[in-house]
Design a protein around this ligand. Structure first.
Ligand code: BGC
Length: 752
C-alpha cells in the first residue's frame, strides 16, 4: 500500500497522531493505529483508558539505568543487550516504537536532562546510541533518536535558538546523531523543540532533509517532539513527517486545504504519508515477535548487572574498598533507604520492583549494619531538625569501622523542563559529611545524581563511588560494588569540574532573550579543560578498579580502508578479574584549523582475568578524523602526522605513537583574495607568480625598510592578497595580469 491508494484527507490524517500516544488508523484500508511511548531506559506505557494528556501512571516495566549510568559502562555489547531487553518489553506490551535514545551532547553540567544523555563527547554518544538502537530494533520494534538537534538545555526549550557555528554543529552536536543514523537506521528521528540558528528544527529543510536524508541517507520517519510543531505547513515540506501528539485534526485539515488551494505541493504530503505507512508496515511485521509474560526476575537481574557496570569508582585511597563483609558499618544518608534511581519527566518509569541499598547491603553483610538518614530529603527542614538528624548520623559513624555515606541530589533539583543553577550538593549533606569525618576517617561516599556535582571534599574522603541514577536495581548493584562482588569498571563520559565557573558554557548557558550563543565553539567538555589547561576534579574517561592495568607500547597503522588500526597490549596486573575501558585519542600538531589538544576517536571495554594480557585492537575511522571545512561546506580529512594516544583516561595517557595519514585534497579556486603564499603554492599559478615576484619585490622592498631586519617578511608578504598586487607593485603588475593568472589557474581546478 502506498500514498497513491489513499485520499487526500486520508494522507493528511497520517501526518499527525490520533491521541497522545497513537498514530491514526485508516480503517477503510485496514491500516491499524500503532502506539509509541517513552523511553528511553524503560517502557512508560500508560495503562489503557488512562488520561489523554499522557500524565497518568504507566504499566510496570523494568527501569534500567538511565543513559548517564549505562553510558558510563562504555560497553557496546552491554548497551545493545539492554536495548534488546527493552525491545522485548516494548514488544510484549504491543508498542511499536520506544521513544529513545537521547544522544544530545552534555554541553553544560547544568542541563536538567543530562541524566538522559550519554556524554559530552560525540563518539561515545554515537557509538553507544547506535548500539542501543540496534538492540531495541532487533526485537521488531522501533526507536526514536532524539532530540534532533542542539537541544542542550531545558530552559526556554520550546523556542530558544541554539546559535552554533558550523564546525561545532557538525563536529560536536550532529556527529553522534549522524553515527546512529548511518549505523543503525532508527525507525524514527524526533526533532527537538528548539531552534538552531533561528530556525525551528521542526521546520528546517536544511536539518531534516539536506543533512539527515540527503547526506546521511536516513530512510525513516521524522516525528516532532511532543508539541514541537510551530508552523505545520512549513514543517511538512521541510521533512517533518509526523506531528505528535494529536492536533485534534486541525493541522491535517490545514495540510489538505493547502494542497487543494495549490499552496502546498502534494508530493511533500505523499512523501510523508509513505514514510508513515512504511513505519506502520514495519510495526505490523514486528508485532507479536515476543510473547509475554515478562521475565521480571531475568530483566531485574540484567538491570542489576547494568547498574553495577554504571558505577564509577572515582577514588579509593588505601584500598578502603571493597569492604569486608564482616566489617561493622554505619550506612548514612537518606538515599540508602529512599533511592534516587531515575530522573523526572517524560522518562519516568514505573518499576517492576525497587532495590534499596540499605537492604541489599544488609543482605550481603555478615557484620552489624547500623543506619541513620543523617539528613532529610524534604524541601524545607528546620535547623533543629537538620542538627538532630546529623547528630544521629555522627553517633552511628563513631561506633563503626567504616561509614558509608549516601549523598546526592534530591529529585526536585534536576528534571526535564528546567535546568540547575549550581552543581553543589545540598549544604546539610556536606555538613553531615564534615561532621562524620571528624569522628571517623574511614568514609566511603556513594553519590546519587543525574548531572555532575562538585566534590570539594574529594581529597578528604578515602573512597568515592559515583552512583549516578542506576535504575531499579541500583541498590543491589551498589552493594555488589561495595563488597567487591562486582569489580567496578565504569568511567566518566563527562568531566567533573572543580567549579561550575570553569565549565565551557558557563558564560552563556541559558542565553538571553531566547538566543543561546555556543561561544565555546568546539571546546566542549574535556576539549575545553585540556585547551585551557584547567585542573578538574576528575577528568573525562577516569574510573578506577579494584585491580590495576598496565599498557604495553601501542602501534598504529593505516589499513586498506584508510582507517587507523591501533593495537596495544593491556595486562591485568592485580589480583582479581576486572574490565578496563581503553581509550584512543588523536591530535594533529600541523593542523590548519583550530582543534582540541586531543579528541576521543575509539574505545573498547576489555574483560581480563587476574594476570591476563590481551592485545586490543581499536579502529579509528578515517571519517571520524575529519573536520568540517567551512570553505567548501564538507568533511575534510587533513593529511599529516597524527599523534595517537592510548589512554586509561583523557589525562592518563599510557602510550603515544605517530602515524602518517594521506589527506583529502581541497581544491579551491584562485581569486583576487587568494594570498601570495596560496598562489605560490598553486600548481599552475605558482610558477607564473614566481616569475612576476622579482619585479614586485622592488616595491615591496620599500615597505620592508619599515620593519626590523630580521622580521618574518615571508609571512608578511605571503599574506598579501594577489588582488592588491597592482597597487603594491609600483605598476609592474596590472589587474589584467592578475585576472589572467586567476583564469589560467582555475581552468585547471577540478570541481568541488
Ligand atoms: C520529551 C520527549 C518525550 C515526549 C513524549 C517530550 O516532552 O521531550 O523526550 O519523548 O515528551 O513524552
Amino acid at each position: 500500500m502506498t500514498s497513491a491508494d489513499l485520499t487526500l484527507d486520508e494522507k493528511a490524517s497520517l501526518t499527525s497522531g490520533a491521541t497522545f500516544w497513537h498514530l491514526k488508523a485508516v480503517e477503510r484500508l485496514g491500516i491499524p493505529s500503532v502506539m509509541v511511548t517513552d523511553g528511553p531506559h524503560g517502557l512508560r506505557k500508560q495503562a489503557e483508558g488512562g488520561d489523554h494528556l499522557g500524565l497518568g501512571g504507566s504499566v510496570p516495566a523494568t527501569c534500567y539505568p538511565p543513559a548517564v549510568g549505562l553510558g558510563s559502562s562504555w560497553d557496546v555489547e552491554l548497551v545493545e543487550r539492554v536495548g534488546r531487553a527493552l525491545g522485548v518489553e516494548t514488544s510484549i506490551e504491543n508498542v511499536a516504537v520506544l521513544l529513545g535514545p537521547g544522544v544530545n551532547i552534555k554541553r553544560s553540567p547544568l542541563c536538567g536532562r543530562n541524566f538522559e544523555y550519554l556524554s559530552e563527547d560525540p563518539i561515545v554518544s554515537g557509538v553507544l546510541g547506535a548500539a542501543f538502537v540496534k538492540g531495541v530494533q532487533s526485537q521488531g520494534v522501533g526507536t526514536s533518536l532524539k532530540h534532533f538537534a542542539a537541544n542542550n538545555q531545558e530552559h526556554d526549550r520550546m523556542r530558544s535558538s541554539s546559535d552554533v557555528d558550523p564546525r561545532p554543529l557538525r563536529e560536536i552536536y550532529l556527529r553522534g546523531f549522524q553515527r546512529v543514523v548511518e549505523e543503525a537506521q532508527p525507525w524514527t528521528v524526533m526533532c527537538s523543540y528548539n531552534r538552531i540558528n533561528g530556525v525551528y528544527t521542526s521546520e528546517d529543510p536544511w536539518l531534516l532533509t539536506r543533512v539527515l536524508r540527503d547526506e546521511w541517507g536516513y530512510e525513516g520517519v521524522v516525528v516532532s517532539d511532543w508539541g514541537a510543531v510551530n508552523d505545520r505547513l512549513a514543517g511538512l515540506p521541510a521533512g517533518m513527517d509526523l506531528e505528535m501528539p494529536s492536533s485534534g485534526g486541525h493541522h491535517d485539515r490545514l495540510i489538505a486545504e493547502a494542497v487543494r488551494g495549490g499552496t502546498l505541493d502534494e508530493k511533500h504530503l505523499d512523501l510523508a504519508a509513505d514514510r508513515v505507512l512504511d513505519l506502520i508496515r514495519k510495526a505490523q511485521a514486528g508485532a507479536g515477535a515476543v510473547q509475554g509474560p515478562l521475565d521480571i526476575d531475568g530483566h531485574h537481574a540484567l538491570a542489576r548487572e547494568a547498574a553495577g557496570r554504571s558505577i564509577v569508582l572515582l577514588r579509593n585511597e588505601g584500598g578502603l574498598l571493597p569492604l569486608r563483609k564482616d566489617a561493622k558499618l554505619a550506612v548514612l544518608g537518606a538515599f540508602a533507604a529512599q533511592p534516587r534511581y531515575q530522573g523526572a519527566g517524560s522518562s519516568l518509569i514505573n518499576p517492576t520492583r525497587l532495590d534499596k541499598a540499605l537492604d541489599e547491603i544488609r543482605a550481603l553483610a555478615t557484620g552489624e549494619v547500623a543506619y541513620a538518614p543523617g539528613f532529610s530529603l524534604a524541601a524545607r527542614t528546620t535547623a533543629e531538625e537538620a542538627g538532630a538528624l546529623r547528630e544521629e548520623g555522627v553517633a552511628a559513624a563513631r561506633d563503626a569501622e567504616v561509614a558509608v555515606l549516601f549523598l546526592g541530589l534530591p529529585a526536585r533539583l534536576e528534571s526535564e523542563g528546567y535546568d540547575r543553577t549550581d552543581i553543589d550538593l545540598p549544604a546539610d549533606q556536606l555538613a553531615l559529611l564534615d561532621a562524620v569525618l571528624a569522628v571517623n576517617p574511614n568514609v566511603v561516599v556513594v553519590l546519587s545524581n543525574g548531572g555532575v556535582v562538585a566534590l570539594p571534599f574529594a581529597d578528604r574522603v578515602p573512597a568515592v563511588l559515583e552512583g549516578w541514577l542506576l535504575g531499579q536495581a541500583g541498590g543491589g548493584a551498589t552493594a555488589d560494588v561495595l563488597f567487591g562482588e562486582v569489580n567496578p569498571s565504569a568511567k566518566l563520559t563527562e568531566t567533573i569540574p572543580l567549579r561550575l565557573a570553569d565549565s565551557p558554557a558557563y558564560l552563556d548557558f541559558g542565553g538571553d532573550f531566547s538566543h543561546v550563543r555556543y561561544g565555546e565553539g568546539l571546546f566542549v567538555g574535556y576539549r575545553w579543560y585540556d585547551a585551557r589547561r584547567l585542573q578538574v576534579a576528575y577528568p573525562f574517561g577516569h574510573g578506577l578498579s579494584y585491580t590495576t592495568f598496565a599498557y604495553g607500547d601501542a602501534t598504529a597503522a593505516v589499513n586498506a580502508d584508510g582507517d587507523i588500526e591501533v593495537r596495544a597490549t593491556v595486562t591485568n596486573t592485580g589480583g582479581r578479574a576486572g574490565r578496563e575501558v581503553v581509550q584512543v585519542y588523536t591530535s594533529l600538531g600541523t593542523s590548519l584549523v583550530q582543534r582540541a589538544p586531543r579528541e576521543l576517536k575509539a574505545f573498547a571495554s576489555v574483560a581480563l582475568e587476574a594476570g591476563e594480557s590481551r592485545e586490543v585492537t581499536l579502529l579509528v575511522r578515517r571519517a571520524d578524523l575529519a573536520y568540517w571545512d567551512i570553505r567548501v561546506d564538507r568533511w575534510v580529512v587533513e593529511g599529516g602526522g597524527y599523534t595517537v594516544e592510548v589512554a586509561a583516561s583523557s589525562r592518563d595517557i599510557r602510550s603515544t605513537v605517530e602515524v602518517e595519514l594521506a589527506g583529502d585534497t581541497v581544491a579551491l579556486p584562485l581569486t583576487r583574495s587568494s594570498t601570495l603564499a596560496e598562489t605560490l603554492a598553486h600548481p599552475v599559478a605558482g610558477p607564473v607568480m614566481q616569475g612576476a615576484l622579482a619585479e614586485m619585490m622592488g616595491q615591496v622592498g620599500d615597505i620592508a625598510s619599515a620593519f626590523p631586519e630580521d622580521a618574518d617578511m615571508d609571512q608578511l608578504i605571503g599574506s598579501l592578497p594577489i588582488g592588491r598586487a597592482p597597487l603594491l607593485s609600483g605598476g609592474s603588475v596590472s589587474m589584467e595580469m592578475i585576472d589572467g593568472l586567476i583564469a589560467l589557474a582555475n581552468a585547471g581546478t577540478p570541481e568541488q
